[in-house]
Write a protein that binds this ligand. Structure first.
Ligand SMILES: Nc1nc2c(ncn2[C@@H]2O[C@H](COP(=O)(O)OP(=O)(O)OP(=O)(O)O)[C@@H](O)[C@H]2O)c(=O)[nH]1
Ligand SMILES: [Mg+2]
Length: 368
């Protein structure tokens, strides 16, 4: 017969004695095992308190597991660039990802040149750095606001963004949905402001007001090498004031700050936007080092030198510090779209289908 060790007076007496014994013993910190996860063993020595109660479990190893998985699957990042023709959108994307990710064509003398963008187009690239794979999609938009009449010129852009949300929604509602839904949603929209030195134009206000609620907008001052330092500072301050006056929401949005640390970090960014950037894909020698820069008659403007322009701040925000956050905020935008669409279809008694945006209601409901 198996002995019951959990009940009866005998074990209780034993426990009381054991407790007194333990209280007299000095508190000894248990050394953390090196290099491997230790099997859990009941403690018999030392005072047991707080997290020491269970010793080292090895939960932190989950980070390695997550890293290994993420490296295997890779991740997707979709960036859209919007602005007037010739403001340097394609050049900046190439500068950001240090490769020729924006479309190129060959001119007869074989010098590669970035062609003018003529239609809204998304191009995907596989980028790999230190074993981390990224599927980068650049959505290049043709000269925004180039027409004499720019009424509703944001429509194709809004339509594109919503189409990607719709695609994701239809996949998500599918009975046999994929384990990983391909993510074509726009994670970030870099909006190029011309370096006029004045203030926001009507078209900038209208675009950012409309789009700021559906996508994360990162405004930048294009070709900032055309502004003096004072002009740049004044222009930036005026733009921030204009954005506040018109209730424009740009990334990082205050309502998505997760905690105080996050808010502090993001406040610094908010005080410094829009970043005044310079782009190029040409390398030059400066003090024996190769740098990305624009060579002028009076010197080289180094794009990654913070004393010359704010390209490095933009790069750090988009890639090094906030890339995952941009994806998380996109999920929030998507959730808003999802709720709106499902309410709409319920109210109208319509059914979402995979072909034209509406699926059989039973399918949709089974996943809600
Ligand atoms: N001065 C200056 N010129 C730039 C900068 N970035 C790009 N350019 C130049 O501006 C021209 C247009 O650059 P693109 O990158 O093709 O501009 P775009 O916005 O993609 O133009 P579209 O495709 O026509 O909409 C090229 O001659 C670039 O070399 C910059 O930061 N400063
Ligand atoms: Mg272009």
């Amino acid at each position: 017969m198996r002995e019951d060790t959990t009940q009866g007076p005998e074990p209780q007496v034993h426990m009381a004695e054991r407790k007194a014994e333990l209280e007299q013993q000095p508190c000894v910190a248990e050394p953390r095992p090196q290099g491997h996860v230790m099997a859990m063993e009941p403690r018999t020595q030392g005072r047991i308190s707080g997290s020491e109660l269970i010793g080292y479990v090895g939960i932190e190893a989950v980070l390695d597991q997550m890293k290994r998985k993420a490296m295997k699957t890779g991740f997707e990042f979709n960036i859209m660039v919007v602005g007037q023709s010739g403001l340097g959108k394609s050049t900046l994307v190439n500068t950001l990802f240090k490769s020729k990710v924006s479309r190129k064509s060959c001119t007869p003398d074989h010098e590669e040149k970035i062609p003018k963008t003529v239609q809204l187009q998304s191009v995907s690239h596989e980028i790999e750095e230190k074993g981390v794979k990224m599927k980068l999609t650049v959505i290049d938009t043709p000269g925004f606001g180039d027409q004499i009449n720019n009424e509703n010129c944001w429509d194709p852009i809004v339509t594109y963004i919503n189409e990607q949300y719709e695609k994701y929604l239809v996949e998500e509602l599918n009975v046999n949905r994929k384990r990983r839904i391909p993510d074509t949603r726009v994670h970030c929209c870099v909006y190029f402001l011309p370096a006029t030195g004045h203030c926001l134009r009507q078209i900038d206000v209208e675009f950012m007001q409309r789009l700021g609620t559906v996508v994360s907008i990162v405004p930048v001052i294009a070709k900032a090498d055309t502004l003096t330092l004072e002009e740049r500072l004044d222009f930036k301050a005026r733009i921030r004031q204009n954005m506040q006056d018109h209730g424009i929401r740009v990334y990082p949005q205050r309502e998505y700050d997760e905690d105080e640390d996050d808010a502090l970090r993001n406040d610094k960014i908010r005080e410094n936007i829009p970043f005044a950037v310079v782009g190029t894909d040409k390398e030059h020698q400066v003090n024996g080092n190769k740098v990305l820069g624009r060579k002028t008659k009076w010197g080289i403007i180094e794009v990654e030198n913070v004393a010359h322009c704010e390209f490095a701040n933009l790069r750090d925000l988009l890639i090094r510090s906030h890339l995952q956050d941009l994806k998380d905020v996109t999920q929030n935008h998507y959730e808003e779209y999802r709720v709106r669409r499902l309410n709409e279809s319920n109210a109208r008694g319509l059914e979402l289908s995979p072909v034209n945006g509406y699926v059989a209601k039973s399918d949709a409901e089974s996943h809600l």
